[in-house]
Design a protein. Structure first.
Length: 259
């Protein structure tokens, strides 16, 4: 795997990782996670695609400035990585907060995105369907282990958890500073792409698990209806980490769409 750093517009160093061969595919991970989010499925794409990941600012090997972050900033950081690699246009696959970032990249910089996949994500703002109070309470428990278990059950089905004791790469960067976690949370919460979505001209596939309550599944048809000619596929029984637990379904769907 090739690794390196790109300089963001504000001078921050953004770590990136490149693996595989073929047309470029930019993979954008979820909130408060680094590139390891994709470890479980990266090989599904790397045999036919040059996969590109990055560590968001505040995570992994990237700089961790203690200053406000935003989805717009994350989008510019992603473009800085593509610029560093000399890539004018790439397919973009974003999941969760990565899907929010991908919406901004595709809407603001349409010439940089060939095809777009939005997974388990939301348009944000007043039009989005927010997670319920019970979900919020489960994640806010004082008992950190209980909160972590609640997060795991939002990501994966009980059957999958029973067969896969972990560690799980989608549960957050364990070395991330607390202040950076807060900046990520505010960035994701401040996202509102509703007015931007109709400007997306890339062919778009929207994926979501039917049983996702962490980012409610009702957000998927909102995106698909708002983005011109977008396709929608709901993966039965899947929760938030559909791309990993249901990789045998999601991976082929993505590759078929890209091809």
């Amino acid at each position: 795997m090739k690794t390196g750093f790109a300089k963001a517009t504000d001078g921050a160093q953004i770590a990136y990782q490149v693996d595989g061969n073929g047309p470029p595919l930019l993979l954008l991970s979820g909130q408060a996670n680094n590139h390891h989010w994709w470890d479980g499925v990266r090989d599904d794409f790397a045999h036919v695609r040059t996969t590109i990941t990055l560590d968001y600012r505040g995570t992994g090997d990237s700089d961790k400035p203690d200053a406000p972050y935003s989805i717009e900033i994350f989008a510019r950081d992603a473009l800085a990585v593509l610029d560093e690699l000399g890539i004018e246009s790439a397919d973009v696959y974003g999941t969760s907060m990565g899907g929010r970032t991908a919406q901004v990249v595709a809407g603001r910089y349409p010439n940089r995105v060939r095809k777009l996949i939005l997974g388990c994500t939301s348009p944000g703002g007043k039009h989005a369907i927010e997670r319920g109070d019970a979900v919020r309470r489960s994640l806010a428990q004082v008992d950190r282990e209980a909160a972590r278990q609640a997060l795991a059950e939002l990501m994966y089905t009980p059957a999958w958890l029973a067969d896969h004791p972990g560690p799980y790469q989608t549960m957050g960067d364990p070395d991330m500073p607390d202040y950076a976690r807060r900046h990520h949370l505010r960035a994701s919460g401040g996202h509102d792409a509703w007015d931007l979505l109709p400007a997306i001209s890339s062919q778009t596939l929207v994926l979501h698990g039917t049983d996702d309550v962490f980012n409610p599944a009702a957000n998927a048809p909102l995106l698909a209806e708002r983005i011109p000619d977008a396709r929608l596929h709901m993966i039965e029984r899947a929760r938030h980490a559909y791309f990993e637990e249901f990789r045998d379904v999601a991976g082929p769907l993505v590759l078929d769409f890209l091809d």
